[in-house]
Design a protein around this ligand. Structure first.
Ligand code: AMP
Length: 504
């Protein structure tokens, strides 16, 4: 698409300069659109003149969530560079792979990540390493302070790449999904339409900003519409409830993965948290247990289930609030400007209610991966992106995500989708968190194993859990064993990392 890209921040700085753009909870920094625009400008000039970053060059960022991320992201837009947010949970060799692949001109790192960043920059040969420190004295602040004047806005089109977001790499080497300006624009339009964003919205951002969920739900849509983003450094369930309850902040929107909402609902404070200002709480990124949706519904909060991936620049489908309880368990219909299909192994549409692979097409879908012609050739068919998710669709186009195909296991010749079993186990009182995987079995090939974290004071037993599954599931889906754990492993977004669960 050759549509021109507008500079959202400069627009709002001209029209609503006094409107609040960013509130950074950790450092206490507050920036109106006028302030934010000035910071973006200083950052753009620093990148361009101080570090020699040009159009199409990558700028990496390895830091906890802060307003600095947004400055760098929008400074990249201003000069036509590509923003590369890095997952700070990764080990040095993993970072070396990604930074080596993307080859940025500069790496900006928070003080706590400087040791790792030094090693990575040296191994890969990154020309510039810059320390940032949440507004405290640092190379980054010095660099911005030394700039003068206004930075001209680089003319760009929607097909130009704005960010590279690396997938988790659970199925091999991480791949850098190109996120174009067009994708971000159409996602902003979709999010505004479907989640009732206005210039008066206040979004709380707590998913990590190296993930599309953090960047695009609802941070970028809020910047597009001229609303406010409140940034949390890392997720903490009590802090989350307190921030939602704070009338001065007035948070109206937030998006999280199921564990965020689950952990918050398990706190005593959940019962009294003031959720009266909430317009939309979106949930997605992993299977959403029905019991969790019901817990929030009892507090008159509809968690709107949305399905998306790094490659879809978040929202692919979304459950409309007015049908959320009737269609509980579904991730909703395709958002506007997007089409979805459920297909068999030959790429033919399957009938309603039949499981197949979810394919998606539209302007929010990545045009492809960075440096990966192999994946670009196999993961798309006529513009349809193969998601790798098992799903089914009803007659009205409501999609239910069954599971990732790679998490599916086969027991006695039958396909078993762990998400369905987890949903049943979540129906038991006393379950704080659960995950099911397939493990090798001499007789059945594979059988299910449930990992369960119980709530304090619960005396749930293996027999009770297996018995409950027997009452609610076909025999081949019933886990053969249960292991109790103090906690489950999670990735930085909060999703359970099943490959870290013991299979022996
Ligand atoms: P990521 O690219 O890390 O955001 O992971 C995307 C994957 O998360 C998808 O392919 C799905 O397997 C899963 N996912 C996202 N949203 C949902 C949802 N609402 N329900 C179930 N699984 C989801």
């Amino acid at each position: 698409m050759t549509l021109p890209v507008y500079d959202w921040i400069s627009h709002h700085a001209g029209v609503t300069p006094e409107a609040m753009a960013v509130i950074d909870l950790y450092s206490g920094r507050r920036q109106t659109y006028r302030d934010f625009d000035a910071r973006v400008d200083a950052c753009a000039l620093y990148l361009r003149d101080g570090l020699g970053v040009g159009k199409g060059d990558r700028v990496a960022m390895l830091a906890h969530n802060s307003s600095d991320h947004f400055e760098v992201e929008f400074a990249c837009r201003r000069i036509g560079a590509i923003f590369l947010p890095l997952n700070w949970r990764l080990a040095v060799p993993e970072l070396e792979f990604i930074v080596g692949d993307a080859d940025p001109k500069a790496l900006i790192a928070g003080a706590e990540f400087m040791d790792a960043a030094r090693v990575v920059a040296k191994t890969v040969g990154t020309p510039h390493l810059v320390q940032c420190a949440d507004g405290e004295p640092s190379d980054y602040e010095k660099g911005l302070a030394a700039t003068r004047g206004k930075c001209p806005i680089e003319p760009l089109v929607h097909d130009d790449t704005w960010a590279l977001v690396y997938t988790s790499g659970t199925t091999g080497r991480p791949k850098g999904a190109r996120i174009t300006h067009g994708q971000a624009f159409f996602n902003a339009v979709n999010a505004a339409m479907k989640c009732e964003l206005t210039c008066r919205s206040v979004g709380l951002v707590f998913l990590p900003l190296f993930h599309v969920g953090g960047l695009q739900l609802f941070a970028n849509p809020n910047f597009h519409i001229g609303a406010t983003n409140v940034v949390m450094r890392t997720f903490d369930p009590l802090h989350f409830l307190n921030v939602l309850s704070d009338p001065e902040l007035g948070v109206s929107h937030a998006f999280g993965v199921p564990t965020n909402f689950l952990f918050a609902s398990q706190l005593e404070e959940f019962a009294d948290a003031d959720l009266s200002r909430i317009v939309c709480l979106g949930i997605g990124g992993a299977a959403c247990p029905q019991s969790l949706l019901e817990t929030y519904a009892e507090r008159d909060i509809i968690l709107q289930n949305g399905w998306g991936m790094t490659e879809t620049c978040t929202l692919g489908t979304l459950l409309p609030r007015h049908r959320a309880m009737e269609k509980i368990g579904s991730a909703g219909q395709a958002v506007m400007h997007t089409s979805v299909r459920v297909v068999d192994e030959q790429g033919r549409d399957v009938p309603a209610g039949v499981n197949g692979e979810l394919w998606i097409k539209g302007p929010t879908i990545t045009p492809g991966y960075w440096n990966r012609p192999d994946a670009n050739a196999t993961e798309f068919t006529d513009g349809w992106f193969h998601t790798g998710d098992a799903a089914c669709m009803d007659e009205e186009g409501f999609v239910t995500i069954v599971d990732r195909y790679k998490d599916m296991f086969i027991s006695g010749g039958e396909n078993v989708y762990p998400a369905e079993i987890e949903n049943v186990i979540y129906g038991l009182d006393g379950v704080a968190e659960t995950a099911v995987i397939g493990v090798a079995d001499d007789r059945w090939g594979e059988v299910g194993r449930a990992f369960v974290v119980t709530r304090q004071g619960s005396n749930l037993t293996e027999d009770a859990i297996i018995g409950h599954c027997r009452d609610n599931l076909a025999k081949f889906k019933v886990p053969k064993s249960v292991r109790f754990m103090d906690e489950l492993p999670h990735n930085a977004t909060g999703k359970v990392t099943k490959h870290q669960l013991p299979r022996d």
